[in-house]
Design a protein around this ligand. Structure first.
Ligand code: NAD
Length: 519
C-alpha cells in the first residue's frame, strides 16, 4: 500500500468511487462530527470483494489524530445528548429506524459486497435485524429506571439515578459489520452516551452508512462517530484514550485480552464479547431430521463466521452414524456461488487469508481425524478467484484435538459421539468458551438439565442461531462478559448513583455520636 497525502485522499476516494452492485461508495472512511473525512495515518487500505478478490474501495486509514478528533466531537456532543429527555432521544431513534428501513436494499447490497454474504442473508437477517434493534432501543430509551425510592435508614430518603457514562469507545469485528455497529451504538446512545465506533478495516462501508443515517434522522452531530483504522494504531489509541469512559469490544479472545490490559490501565469500564465454539448436543430421543437441518444451518450461517455457530456436534451413540450421514448428504446440496445471486446459499469467507486459515485447520485435522465431506476450496463454477471453501464435516476427532477446541470461524462442523447424558454435557462444557449452545431432545427433563448445566450465555432447545432484540447476548468463561441487545445492555452503558436526602432537619444527627460522643 502506498502512502497517501491526506488532503488529496478524500477527493481521490470520491473519484474512484464507482458503484459496484449499485453500492454508492463514501468519500472517506472517517465519520466525525457529522461529516465524512479521509484518515490521516498516511496509510491506505483496500476493501476487497471476497467473491472475486477485486479491490472495491480504497481509503486512508485513521491515525491517532483522527481518533482524537472523533473523541473530541463525541465529548462536545455529550452534554446536549445526555441532557435531552428520554422522549426526545426516543423520537430521534424512531426516525433513525425509519431511515434504515427506507434504505434496506442499499444496506443489504453494501453488506454483501464487503463481506461476500449471500444477498438473501443480508436482506432477511442482517438488515431487518438492525432495523428491529433500532426500533427496540428507540422504545427502551424511555424505560431506563433506577430502583424505587425509600426511607431505608428511617431518617433519610434514598433513590437511585441511572446516568450515562460519557464517551463510549467501541471496536467491532468484520463478520456482521452492520449488526455489530447497531449492537454497539444503539444501547449506548439510547442511554444518553455518545460514541466512537471503530469497525474492522476490512468492512467499513455499512458502519459509515449507519452513522450517516443517524445524522439524517436528526441525531445531533458528534453523537455517533466512526473511525476506520488499524487495530494496533487507532484501536489501541481509542481504548487508552483518557476522555473515553468505557470500552466495548467485540472480536477474538486474543485481541480482547490486549484490549482488557489497556482498558484496565486507564480504569475504564469494559464490555467484552469474544470468541465462541458452540456445542450442539443431540440426545438419542431427538428428532433426527430436525437436528440434521439445525446442524447444517447452524454451522454454515454466514459461512460459519458466526461466534455462535454450531461447531461441535455431540451425538448420542445410537443416532451418531445416521446424523453423520444426514449432515454429509445435506451439506452436499448447499449451493456456493455469487453472493448477489439470489439462489446462492453459501458465499466466500471474508478474505483469502481467512480461507487459508480454515483450510490449514482442516489439513492438520486430516492427520488425526476423518474428513467426511468438503475439506477443499472449490475450483469450478467461477469460484476459484473467490475465498470460497466447501462445507466441511469432520468425524473421529479426539475431544482434546485442535479442531474440537479452537475457534475456526469457517464452514466446518466436527461430530463426536457420547454415551451417557452426563458425558454429553461434560463434553459440551469442555472448551474455554461459553457463548452459546443448543440441546436437542423431546424429553423436557433432559433439555431442562441441559439449560441448567451448560455453561453458556445462551442455550437453545431444538434450534440453534435465532437472536432477538428483547433478549441478551453475551458470553460466559473466555467468551467475555457483559450483554449486547435487550434491556440488560443498559447495565453496561449506564452507571447508577445513590442520592440520599436527610429528612430530620436537625444540626446534630443521631449518628454524630460516633464523633462527638455524649457531649
Ligand atoms: P479481531 O479480534 O481480529 O478484530 C476485532 C476488532 O478489533 C477489529 O476492529 C480490529 O481492527 C480490532 N483490533 C485488532 N487488534 C487490536 C488491538 N491491538 N487493539 C484494539 N483493537 C484491535 O476479530 P475479527 O477477526 O475481526 O472477528 C472475528 C472474531 O470476533 C471471532 O473470534 C468471533 O468469535 C468474534 N466475535 C464475537 C462476537 C460475540 O458477540 N461474542 C460477535 C462477533 C464476532
Amino acid at each position: 500500500m502506498s502512502n497517501a497525502g491526506s488532503s488529496e485522499a478524500g477527493s481521490r476516494q470520491a473519484k474512484d468511487g464507482n458503484a459496484p452492485h449499485g453500492v454508492a461508495l463514501p468519500s472517506g472512511a472517517q465519520y466525525i462530527d457529522g461529516e465524512l473525512r479521509a484518515g490521516t495515518s498516511g496509510r491506505e487500505h483496500a476493501v476487497i470483494d471476497p467473491a472475486t478478490g477485486d479491490a472495491v474501495f480504497t481509503y486512508d486509514l485513521a491515525g491517532t489524530k483522527d481518533v482524537d478528533a472523533a473523541v473530541a466531537a463525541a465529548r462536545a456532543a455529550f452534554p446536549g445528548w445526555a441532557g435531552a429527555t428520554p422522549g426526545e432521544r426516543s423520537e430521534a431513534m424512531h426516525r433513525f429506524a425509519g431511515v434504515l428501513a427506507e434504505r434496506a436494499e442499499e444496506f443489504a447490497r453494501a453488506e454483501s459486497l464487503q463481506c461476500g454474504k449471500p444477498i438473501k442473508l443480508s436482506r432477511e437477517f442482517d438488515v431487518p435485524g438492525t432495523v428491529d434493534n433500532t426500533s427496540f432501543f428507540a422504545g427502551a430509551a424511555r424505560h431506563l429506571q433506577g430502583q424505587s425510592a425509600g426511607e431505608y435508614s428511617g431518617d433519610h430518603t434514598s433513590y437511585v439515578r441511572r446516568e450515562p457514562i460519557g464517551v463510549v469507545g467501541s471496536i467491532a469485528p468484520w463478520n456482521y459489520p452492520l449488526q455489530m455497529a447497531a449492537w454497539k451504538v444503539l444501547p449506548a446512545i439510547a442511554a444518553g452516551n455518545t460514541i466512537v465506533l471503530k469497525p474492522a478495516e476490512l468492512t467499513p462501508l455499512t458502519s459509515l452508512m449507519f452513522a450517516q443515517a443517524a445524522t439524517e434522522a436528526g441525531i445531533p452531530d458528534g453523537v455517533v462517530n466512526v473511525i476506520t483504522g488499524a487495530g494496533k494504531e487507532a484501536g489501541e489509541h481509542l481504548v487508552g484514550h483518557p476522555d473515553v469512559a468505557m470500552t466495548s469490544f467485540t472480536g477474538s479472545t486474543a485481541v480482547g485480552r490486549r484490549v482488557a490490559e489497556i482498558a484496565t490501565a486507564t480504569v475504564k469500564r469494559l464490555h467484552l464479547e469474544l470468541g465462541g465454539k458452540a456445542p450442539f448436543v443431540v440426545f438419542d430421543d431427538a428428532d433426527l431430521e430436525a437436528a440434521v437441518h439445525g446442524a447444517v444451518a447452524g454451522a454454515l450461517i454466514n459461512t460459519g463466521q458466526d461466534c455462535t455457530a454450531a461447531t461441535r456436534a455431540y451425538v448420542q451413540r445410537p443416532l451418531h452414524d445416521a446424523f453423520v450421514q444426514g449432515v454429509a448428504d445435506l451439506m452436499a446440496t448447499i449451493r456456493l456461488g455469487d453472493p448477489f445471486d439470489e439462489s446462492t446459499d453459501l458465499g466466500p469467507l471474508i478474505s483469502h487469508a481467512q480461507r487459508d486459515r480454515v483450510a490449514d485447520f482442516v489439513d492438520r485435522a486430516r492427520g488425526y481425524a476423518r474428513v467426511v465431506t468438503g475439506g477443499e476450496a472449490p475450483k469450478t463454477n467461477g469460484l476459484a478467484r473467490g475465498a470460497y471453501y466447501a462445507p466441511t464435516l469432520i468425524a473421529d476427532a479426539a475431544q482434546d484435538s485442535e479442531i474440537v477446541q479452537s475457534e475456526i470461524f469457517g464452514p466446518v462442523l466436527v461430530v463426536l459421539p457420547f454415551d451417557s447424558d452426563d458425558e454429553g454435557i461434560r463434553l459440551a462444557n469442555d472448551t474455554p468458551y461459553g457463548l452459546a449452545a443448543s440441546a436437542w431432545s423431546r424429553d423436557v427433563y433432559r433439555t431442562g438439565r441441559a439449560t441448567r448445566e451448560i455453561q453458556a450465555g445462551c442455550v437453545w432447545i431444538n434450534d440453534h442461531i435465532p437472536i432477538l432484540s428483547e433478549m441478551p447476548h453475551g458470553g460466559y468463561k473466555a467468551s467475555g462478559f457483559g450483554k449486547d441487545m435487550s434491556a440488560y445492555s443498559f447495565e453496561e452503558y449506564t452507571q447508577v448513583k445513590h442520592v440520599m436526602y436527610d429528612n430530620t432537619a436537625v444540626a446534630r444527627k443521631d449518628w454524630h455520636r460516633t464523633i462527638f460522643g455524649d457531649r
